[in-house]
Every structure is written in C-alpha cells, then in structure tokens.
Design a protein around this ligand. Structure first.
Ligand SMILES: NC(=O)c1ccc[n+]([C@@H]2O[C@H](COP(=O)([O-])OP(=O)(O)OC[C@H]3O[C@@H](n4cnc5c(N)ncnc54)[C@H](O)[C@@H]3O)[C@@H](O)[C@H]2O)c1
Length: 372
C-alpha cells in the first residue's frame, strides 16, 4: 500500500500543489528540492506556501547521498525536479542536460536499490514538437515543421507539400515525438529513462505529459518559463505582455488543480506498466486570447499585448492535447475553464508583487541569434 510519497522538485509550482493534494488525501509527503534561485530567488527562500506537514529535505537531485536519504521509507515517487524553459535550454545546454538527464539517472540508480510501488515522471508536451496537423485533403501530417525561409519572412503557419496551410488538431500520445529544443530532448530522455529502468526493476511507472500548466505559486520572477506567469508579471508592473510571432499560436492551458487531480489518480491506477498520458484541459486557446483575458481579469484591459513578430528558436506553432486516454484509463476529468482558473490566479496575484525580468530573457536570446 502506498502511504509515503516523495516529490522531487516539490517546492516548485506544481510540486507544492501536488503536496497539498496528496496531504489532503491522507498520504505522507516528503519533498526533495534545492530551491534554485531562478525559481525561489537569490537567497533560496523556503516558500511560505509550502505545507508545514510535508517533510522537507534540502538537496540536489544530482547528489546520490541526498537522493538516497530522501528515498528512505518511501513507497512512491513523483519526479518533478527539473530545469524548466524552452528558450533558455538553447544556450544553458549543460545545465539542462545535467539537471534533467543526469539528475534522473541518479534518481534511477537509487531506485534500483530501493524499488518503490510507483514512479511517476513529469514529462512535457514539448516532446511532441509541433502537434498533429491535417492537410488540405484531410490526411494527418505527423512531422510538420516550419522552414527557416518562411519564418524569416514572418510566415508563422505551417504548410503542406501542396503549399496549402495545414490545420492543427488535438494531439494524442501516439504522435511521434519531434524534440525541437534541448528542453524537449531532456524531458523525453527523462521520460524514457524512467519508464525503461522502472520496467527493468519491476517498478510500476507512468509518464504524464503536462501541457501549459497555470495557477497560483508559479514563480513571478522567473522569465524563462510559464507564459501566464510571465504575462502576469508584466501586467502587474503596468507593462504589456510581449508576444512572439503574431499571437495566434495555439496551446492548451490546464489549471493546476486539474493537473494535480491527474497526478493523484496515478497512485490508485493498477495497470501502470510504462504508460504515457497527456494532461491538459482538452481545449485550445491562442496566446493572444489568454494575454487579453488575463489583462481583463486583472482589470487592466487598456494594456494591449505587444506583438513582437519574432520567432524563438525551438518554439512550435500549435500543440494542444487530446486527453481521451487520460479520461478513459485514469478517470481524469478536468473541471476548470480557462476563465475559472484565471479568476483564482488573479485573486492570488492581488497579494503578490512581481519582478519582471522578461527583457533579460529576451536579450539573452537575441544576443545569441536565437530569435528571428
Ligand atoms: N509548468 C508547466 O507548464 C510544465 C509543463 C510541462 C512539464 N512541466 C514539468 O513539471 C515539473 C515541475 O515544473 P514546475 O512548473 O513546477 O517548475 P518549477 O520550476 O516551479 O519547479 C521545479 C522545482 O524543482 C527544483 N529543482 C530544480 N533543479 C533541482 C535540482 N537540481 N535538485 C533538486 N531540485 C531542483 C526547483 O527548485 C523547483 O522548486 C518539471 O519537471 C517540468 O519540466 C511543467
């Protein structure tokens, strides 16, 4: 029986909510986290939102001794610790490979000595690259990609062989990954390594491919990830959200409370022999639409998003989730609409101050020629 759960990266945005969700359901929770400054601030502050009932171990996922200590007496592991960000991964290549790949390898060696009843790894929609498309004759296109020539002439959409625009549709788990960024590659490596090693040691395992998660506690000072947190940080400083391309790129925004529901379900799911599930809302929104809705919810409707008309290396145009598999097999039922999630987010934002570092992130990309 699963009673004690370790959450690596449990002090972060998703991990802290998962902690609350599991504590409320009677599990004991232990967190292993090194409180990285990019997320928690220069002084590696212990987040005030962390549930005091959870046991906190300060340690790095790449440190075998810390990981061994964290695994003592644990029945299940959620592996969330990671460096997170598509754009930044294209120049912090060592860091992303080190934390995400090596950190996962250290965890798995420790798990080989201390098998658990469940391993759940946080994977990402980024592994798909572009989502699925259909061409003008209705055929599915699996490996759609954008040419640099078109991107340089600011044509952001995707085209088929017949030069007709491709139409995006919901992406299921069966889509072949395409891994357009170092981050995507590292998340896929994490996912595969976990499922592969878990199978070898008889550890029931699941990979959850999270789509764009949003909600309270997402770092407002980290300009490298979390598009809604970045927009919120801009708006709270009375600056316009900066939007790459034309803002019509589509994503799936899933509210944090729905996401942790899916995570929790994996603990009572018996058939988890290396299965992969999309976790999204099942709804597609354009980036422009979410920026405008957030500005309105924050009562700043006059601050119009700024369309940068630029492409970031590693970015994709459209990807949103087909969540049929999670619905049917895990019994996952997202209940939050984008608007409901934004209402809760805005309530929390009214108690926060935000440091907007987004121009630093933009400059770092531009200096390296990683924007077109
Ligand atoms: N937020 C999203 O939209 C999203 C989408 C897809 C996948 N994910 C995945 O979900 C997981 C959690 O993401 P999040 O949004 O909560 O990010 P987050 O940055 O808020 O949390 C990550 C946590 O991991 C910790 N951490 C980082 N490096 C570590 C290390 N070397 N050792 C120990 N702890 C370390 C950080 O201190 C932080 O508390 C990640 O694996 C991420 O790749 C997130």
């Amino acid at each position: 029986m699963i009673s004690t759960v370790l959450i690596t990266g449990g002090a972060g945005f998703i991990g802290s909510h998962l902690t609350d969700h599991l504590l409320a359901r009677g599990y004991k929770v232990r967190i292993l986290d090194v409180l990285v400054p990019q997320v928690h601030g220069e002084n590696r502050r212990h987040p005030a939102y962390l549930a005091p009932e959870a046991e906190f171990i300060y340690g790095d996922i790449r440190d075998p001794e810390a990981v061994k200590r964290a695994l003592k007496g644990v029945d299940a592991v959620f592996h969330l610790a990671a460096t997170v960000g598509v754009g930044q991964s294209m120049y912090k290549i060592h860091l992303y490979s080190d934390v995400n790949a090596l950190g996962t390898a250290v965890l798995l060696e420790a798990l080989a000595d201390h098998p658990v009843e469940r391993l759940v790894v946080a994977s990402s929609m980024s592994v798909y690259g572009e989502g699925l498309y259909k061409n003008s004759t209705g055929q599915t296109v699996e490996n759609a990609a954008r040419s640099l020539v078109r991107l340089r002439s600011h044509e952001w959409d995707l085209y088929g062989d017949d030069e007709e625009k491709l139409l995006p549709f919901a992406t299921p788990e069966t889509k072949v990954p395409s891994l357009p960024s170092v981050y995507a590659l590292s998340k896929y490596y994490q996912e595969r390594l976990c499922l592969n090693v878990a199978q070898a040691y008889g550890i029931p395992s699941v990979a959850l491919r999270f789509f764009n998660v949003f909600g309270t506690r997402q770092s407002l000072s980290n300009p490298y990830t979390g598009v809604l947190a970045i927009f919120a940080s801009r708006l709270l400083n009375n600056r316009p959200p900066m939007i790459h391309e034309d803002g019509l790129q589509r994503r799936d925004f899933v509210y944090i409370k729905d996401l942790v529901q899916a995570c929790g379900l994996t603990l009572s799911f018996e058939e988890c022999s290396g299965q992969v599930f999309n976790v999204g809302s099942g709804q597609a929104s354009t980036i422009l639409e979410v920026a405008e809705k957030l500005a309105k919810a924050l009562d700043k409707p006059t601050i119009q998003p700024q369309i940068a008309d630029t492409y970031r290396t590693g970015d994709i145009r459209n990807c949103f989730a087909d969540i049929t598999r999670a619905r049917e097999i895990l019994g996952y039922h997202p209940v939050y609409s984008l608007e409901q999630g934004l209402t809760e987010l805005v309530e929390w934002l009214s108690t926060q101050s935000a440091e907007d570092h987004s121009s630093v992130a933009a400059r770092e990309l531009a200096e390296r020629g990683l924007t077109v």
